[in-house]
Ligand binder design. Sequence first.
Ligand code: SF4
Ligand code: SF4
Length: 259
Amino acid sequence: MVSLTVLKAVKVTPALIARFALLPFRRVQNPCLYCPGICLASCPTFLESGNLALSPLGYSRSPALWEEKCAKCWRCTLECPLGYKLPEAFGRPLKIEVEVVRGGVPLLVSVEGLDTEYAEKLSERLGAGLAVVRGLDTRYTRGGPLDRRSLERVRKRLAVFAKVLALSPEAAHALGLEFLPLHLSELGVEIDHEGVVHIPCLLRGLEARIIDSLRKAGARITGADRDSCLKVKPREQVLYLCPRARQLKLLSVYDLIAR
Ligand code: SF4
Ligand code: SF4
């Protein structure tokens, strides 16, 4: 829900609302230019700073600011009624490629620069296959659209495997793969941990499945942090499912299961 403060800040007028209501019927490249900021309350850089320049409204007007300050967390895309994908609105198409290091069921998919060390340990522990996707992390750090052809090639390469599991929310989100932490108990993985779990920004719709899966694996989950973004406001007392937590010396689920 957009708060009253935000609505006042963006000066919502009947004319603005009428113009926004007509947007789906027009060919508009950048709907943020006309929007009162419906997604504002989901944007962590805006919530942290209170500065409209550091919100989708600001970023959509300034590619330079977008490049520097937008966290590329994709939270705004879940709220935007027009389906606008601001994290890939600017920048050059990003090519990705995949290397299947060894086949196996399941095939664990790692993103180079993000979770390869965890993936190698886990694949060894589970006797699973391993594939490494290159070039994907940039989409969630610098931002930009994925090169369609290379995306199709990666998808085709992975489609021949019976069960493919992504270690990171990034790989699950970009490639449409199942997220590994949703399959812990069927992999025979147990977790001895008690506390609050962070719901990854990219997979917010999976909260119930995530908590259920962690509990089935033995974790005592006492709550869910669904509002913060690791890249903007990291928290010490929560369990992250994002392998990126390691770069910030925070606890990720892989510190518990990929040892
Ligand atoms: S991303 Fe969508 S909801 Fe957010 S400001 Fe732009 S048009 Fe509005
Ligand atoms: S991607 Fe995240 S940080 Fe960037 S505008 Fe959207 S919600 Fe804000």
